[in-house]
Design a protein around this ligand. Structure first.
Ligand code: NA7
Length: 529
């Protein structure tokens, strides 16, 4: 049995930074990674068009000023291959590779009260022992698959976007179907529309899809950022989503319709998430939200030529921003092409599959390939898929059966010396993922250091702190419109999953304050023993 101080599960951006920090702190650590490469979500999601929807100058590590200065991003939003190169560069630059074991799928973890250690067991039966375990398993890892009757009969290529094969016969000229119109679907549809013979898009719910306005990053822009990177990072932490943007801290209803329109137009033209910062009540007031939703519907109407297709593409079922808005570059124009057809599943449901396509009632849509852009059993799916047994009777999945429980999204009462990076209860999904990861990992590292200083063999949040945090999360979510959407943020995208808003909705500054309060007061809501 391999024995170390810290086991980190997952070699995505969270796992890599956790490893770097443990190494820097002189703590023997190993990363166990299920796949054969680093980069997590960027290793798995190799579908055509895969690209980050957060700007690359912000979607990057800040822990090393040298790294920030050296690395040059080529575009405003980096594509999958470039992000993967960045992850590889970090691994080499900080000499992490020798501490990563690839192809190790962790199946279970058991805490020994007697030894005060965790034992992790991999698929292969191999065992690993550690004092601390850090689950850096990502929030978008386990694919969510649609339940289509007879899908096993389909003989074409069946491809989930998060399990895209390295080698695939080109789809150019073929008949391809895509199910799903979330961020992934939007990207893959736009890309495939250019090359396939016939593309059928199966849409269950129309989404708000906003212009990304991707472009090459000029030397000048990069230099401006690099000249005061630290200050920009500091300011970003003061923004609700941890991303720089011009935030109007007043109501959409406090200005007249013309002013609102001008504001939306300017932000539409600039592209990116900052459109959601146009007013401070877009996610709390239905009336305010309606003003922006209507603006976006108007844009869709202008861009899609066929009125019937435009109608189907116009989102009406949930308030804008209550599930992650999607970023596009030519998405709506794809539907003006003669080779692209939109099927609105609420009007024409898929009734079954055949060896050569999908049935919509009597009609068979013949397909050579079917792309499932159907998202993830997000945030909790990967962790709940493992059998994690702490000190309480229930294993972690059972403990979370009615909805996840954690303190700060970082630890779970009854599971000593176990930490989560970007776990349920953290701002993941509503924040800059990499900044959140760095902050979470820094917190965990200082907690471990504190446990050592106090000569504690175990540390975990108290049950009271966990209860209070779960209550806070629910109260914060209740003040928003988030419950109105089906999304991976509240688990409602996966049939049977409890519908609980799993993300801290109080904004990044308030979350950071809660974490900083905790650490600056010596972690009063953690039990050291
Ligand atoms: P999302 O955002 O969860 O989107 C999944 C899409 O798949 C969405 O349009 C779903 O429709 C659709 N879906 C899911 N299950 C089905 C079934 N059974 N039938 C038809 N359609 C279905 O996942 P993504 O991968 O696009 O994005 C995840 C995150 O990655 C994103 O938020 C960014 O942070 C990056 P629905 O809307 O539920 O009706």
């Amino acid at each position: 049995m391999k024995s170390v101080d810290v086991i980190i599960v997952g070699a995505g951006f969270a796992g890599l930074y956790a490893l770097h920090l443990m190494k820097q702190n002189g703590r023997p650590a190993v990363v166990l990674e299920a796949t054969n490469g680093v980069g997590g979500v960027w290793h798995r999601n190799r579908y055509p068009g895969a690209r980050c929807d957060t700007e690359s100058l912000q979607y990057s590590y800040s822990f090393s000023e040298n790294l920030q200065q050296e690395w040059c991003w080529s575009e405003r939003y980096a594509g999958q291959a470039e992000i993967l190169r960045y992850a590889e560069h970090v691994v080499d630059r900080f000499e992490l590779r020798e501490h990563i074991e690839f192809g190790v799928m962790v199946r279970s973890a058991r805490w020994s009260k007697h030894d005060k250690r965790w034992t992790l067991i991999a698929d292969s039966g191999e065992e690993y022992s550690a004092r601390f375990v850090v689950f850096a398993t990502g929030s978008l890892t386990n694919p969510n698959l649609p339940d289509i009757p007879g899908l096993e009969k389909f003989e074409g290529d069946l491809l989930h976007t998060a399990q895209w094969p390295r080698k695939l016969e080109p789809l150019a000229g073929k008949r391809v179907g895509v199910i799903g119109t979330g961020s992934t679907g939007v990207q893959v549809i736009t890309e495939l529309a250019r090359e396939v013979g016939r593309l059928t898009v199966f849409q269950r719910t129309a989404n708000y899809v906003l212009p990304a306005r991707n472009m090459p990053l000029t030397e000048q822009v990069q230099q401006e950022w690099k000249a005061d990177y630290a200050e920009r990072r500091r300011l970003a932490k003061q923004m609700p989503g941890g991303l720089l943007g011009d935030f109007n801290n007043y109501s959409a209803l406090s200005v007249d319709a013309e002013t609102r329109e001008t504001e939306y137009e300017a932000r539409w033209a600039a592209g990116g998430f900052p459109i959601m910062l146009a007013f401070n009540d877009l996610l709390t007031s239905q009336t305010a939200n309606d003003t922006m939703a209507e603006f976006v519907r108007g844009k869709i109407k202008q861009r899609v030529r066929d009125p019937e297709t435009a109608r189907k593409l116009m989102p009406t079922e949930f308030p804008i921003g209550t599930k992650r808005v999607c970023m596009e570059q030519g998405y709506y124009e794809a539907f003006n092409q003669p080779n692209v057809e939109l099927v609105y599943l609420k009007e024409q449901p898929i009734t079954g599959a055949a060896s050569n396509g999908l049935f919509l009632g009597e009609r068979l849509i013949e397909l050579d390939a079917l792309v499932l852009a159907t998202g993830f059993d997000a945030i909790t799916g990967t962790i709940s898929g493992m059998k994690i047994q702490g000190e309480i009777e229930d294993d972690l999945a059972t403990h979370w059966q009615k909805g996840p429980r954690s303190y700060l999204g970082l630890g779970v009462a009854g599971f000593p010396n176990l930490f989560l990076v970007s776990g349920p209860g953290s701002p993941i999904g509503r924040s800059n993922a990499i900044s959140s990861i760095e902050q979470n990992v820094n917190f965990i590292a200082s907690l471990i250091r504190c446990a050592d200083e106090r000569k504690s063999e175990r540390v975990e949040p108290t049950f009271e702190a966990e209860d209070a945090w779960v209550k806070t999360l629910a109260e914060l979510a209740e003040r928003t419109l988030y419950a109105k959407a089906r999304s991976w943020w509240n688990g409602s995208n996966v049939p049977g999953k409890p519908r609980v808003f799993m993300i801290y909705a109080g904004g990044v500054p308030a979350y950071l304050e809660a974490c900083n309060d905790e650490s600056s007061h010596g972690f009063p809501n953690f039990r050291f023993a």
